[in-house]
Design a protein around this ligand. Structure first.
Ligand code: HEC
Length: 180
């Protein structure tokens, strides 16, 4: 066998071996990709079966509205502004879920409430305009209950709280806070 022939044979062998190695690598990568896709599809199926649940967000809104009332009553503006911010964040959370309940685009109405009633309450708080604040608070409650009516939950009526929603919170502004 001439050195030239051996050279050709070696190169041929090298080509064949690299071809098979390449095929095996491709096969392994494909298998991993398929497995990843399978897992992704299982997770997607699970997520799709989860109905967007806005009940938790609604209960947050109810609590924040009650706290907001007592914060304002005791002129704790920092707390009132904080509760309003919490409400805005809850509205943003609902916006992610985009729920449509009995034909009502909940996120859309909520967005409107955030940009009008909640924004007006904030403006009133910043101006220390109590009358305007209470007017807007009433408007907000009306919006809550109007949507409950139109979305088939009219039995769920939110009102001005009679008592503080919790008994372990001091409503007074920070500088006047009573020592425990
Ligand atoms: C755009 C429509 C809409 C608006 C505005 C709205 N809600 Fe709701 N709310 C709903 C729907 C729909 C449900 C029923 C949700 C469910 O249980 O699936 C609900 C349920 C509730 C519940 C019952 C939750 C429970 O399981 O105990 C409370 C409390 C509540 N809302 C409070 C409020 C408050 C407070 C506001 C205003 C600040 C408000 N909601 C504004 C649509 C709305």
């Amino acid at each position: 066998m001439t050195a030239r022939r051996t050279g050709f044979l070696l190169i041929g062998l090298l080509i064949v071996v690299s071809f098979f190695l390449g095929m095996m690598l491709c096969f392994a990568m494909n298998r991993k990709k398929n497995k990843d896709m399978e897992q992704l599809s299982v997770r997607l199926n699970k997520t799709e079966r989860l109905e967007p649940d806005i009940g938790d967000s609604m209960r947050d809104l109810q609590m924040d509205m009650a706290k907001l009332w007592f914060a304002q009553k005791y002129h704790n503006h920092a707390l009132a502004l904080y509760e309003l911010k919490e409400m805005e964040e809850t509205v943003e959370d609902i916006d992610i879920l985009k729920p449509v309940v009995n034909g009502v685009n909940v996120a859309g109405v909520m967005d409107g409430m955030k940009n009008s009633q909640l924004a007006d309450m904030k403006r009133a708080l910043l101006k220390h305009d109590d009358a305007s604040f209470y007017r807007q608070y009433g408007q907000t409650l009306a919006t809550c209950n109007e949507c409950h009516r139109t979305s088939g939950f009219g039995f769920n009526r939110i009102t001005i709280p009679q008592n503080p929603p919790v008994s372990n919170q001091d409503w007074a502004p920070e500088k006047e806070a009573s020592k425990p």
